[in-house]
Ligand binder design. Structure first.
Ligand SMILES: *Cc1c(COP(=O)(O)O)cnc(C)c1O
Length: 367
């Protein structure tokens, strides 16, 4: 028998979450953001459930090729645009739309001898200070692009740094409006947090929204409001089983470094899951884990291939946990749901990082 760990991708949840996003921004076209191999879910696995989107957004040219190979003939947007001049030829061959965020990308277009006009998204830096033209330089960049025969339609675009905070988009909205001024063209601003919080506002939802994390059933806003509040369903589950049970006396310690000391005699379950599977090593004692449908906690340090859990709550609930008992690390199983955001919060990170870190050695099933 193979090691009992597995990940499950729930395609019905992906389709449901896409519908939720559409509901939140009913007047906008939707880019399904599938960068980082669909946030760890696998582009090929997610494709069928997300093909109801108006387009797919990602940043890796190889992932764009994969989508075309899967049969997608609609729009694909490269969120970071071209990384070198020669990428423009591939954009033409695969009919990719691309972001333009710096002067060099305009220079490459200006000397490119191609066969078709490029559809570009011109990116404004409205406060993230990562990529994009500052508002004051935006108009000139647009004029230069617009004058190039190599360039077709230009969409105005920005990305919010603080969409998950109350009032977190106000300043960026103002800068965007100022930078765009009266220039014609479609607009795209909103990531998941902005869609969920402000999707009903036409200025924020605009022509194209760009949800990523919401499609995968995690709340972009960490815990509050949580994914259930937004009506999102977990699209990835990480499941395993107990491979041993230890009966330990009061004062015994558990795991590397002996970080956990048993306050009384207790039964400890050993789970076939460790940081080499993508489970965060920094997750401390107390991180939620579900055993046989009963919520309990991780104890001690996560090791490469195993982690330990407190079985007392499971016995207290009338369970008889033993070797082969089912363990839910995050997501859902037949008996319970454990939001990935709760595990992430305990580990001091976000659902994004846990999904993307799912290790290649974990077998993945699609349900
Ligand atoms: C990743 C990304 C998104 C999606 O962000 P989420 O928070 O996952 O919704 C949208 N726009 C750009 C430019 C991105 O890089």
């Amino acid at each position: 028998m193979p090691r009992p760990i597995s990940a499950v991708i729930h395609t019905a949840a992906l389709a449901h979450n896409l519908a939720r996003v559409r509901q939140a921004a009913p007047a906008s076209k939707v880019w399904a953001v599938v960068k980082a191999n669909a946030y760890g879910h696998g582009i090929a696995r997610a494709y069928g459930a997300l093909r109801g989107a108006d387009g797919f957004a990602l940043l890796d040219l190889a992932e764009a090729e994969k989508l075309r190979a899967l049969g997608w003939v609609g729009p694909i947007l490269l969120l970071e645009g071209c990384f070198a001049a020669e990428d423009l030829a591939l954009c033409e061959r695969l009919n990719l739309w691309h972001v333009v965020h710096c002067r060099e990308q305009i220079d490459w277009l200006a000397v490119h001898r191609g066969s078709r006009a490029h559809r570009v998204f011109l990116k404004m830096n409205t406060g993230m200070n990562r990529v994009g033209f500052p508002p004051a330089a935006y108009g000139a960049a647009w004029q230069r692009l617009n004058a190039l025969p190599q360039v077709g339609e230009i969409t105005h675009m920005t990305h919010f740094a603080r969409a998950d905070e109350d009032g977190g988009i106000d300043e960026a909205m103002q800068r965007f409006a100022q930078g765009v001024g009266t220039l014609p063209g479609e607009r795209s601003l909103a990531n998941s947090a902005a869609v969920l919080r402000h999707g009903g506002d036409r200025r924020v939802a605009a022509d194209w929204v760009r949800p990523g994390i919401a499609l995968y059933g995690s709340s972009a806003t960490a815990l509050s409001p949580d994914a259930a509040h937004w009506g999102l369903q977990p699209a990835m589950s990480l499941r395993s089983e107990l491979i041993d049970v230890q009966h330990i006396a009061a004062g015994e310690r558990v795991g590397y470094g002996g970080l956990f000391t048993a306050p009384h005699a207790m039964r400890i379950g050993v789970v076939a899951c460790g940081y080499a599977d993508g489970y965060p090593r920094v997750a401390p004692t107390g991180t939620p884990v579900v055993v046989d449908g009963v919520r309990t906690r991780l104890v001690g340090r996560v090791s490469m291939d195993m982690l330990c859990v407190d079985l007392e709550p499971v016995f207290a609930a009338g369970g008889q946990p033993g070797v082969g008992s089912t363990v839910l690390l995050w997501g859902q199983d037949a008996q319970a749901e454990l939001p990935i955001d709760q595990v992430a919060a305990a580990a001091g990170t976000l659902g994004y990082e846990l999904m993307c870190a799912l290790a290649p050695r974990v077998p993945v099933r699609v349900e």
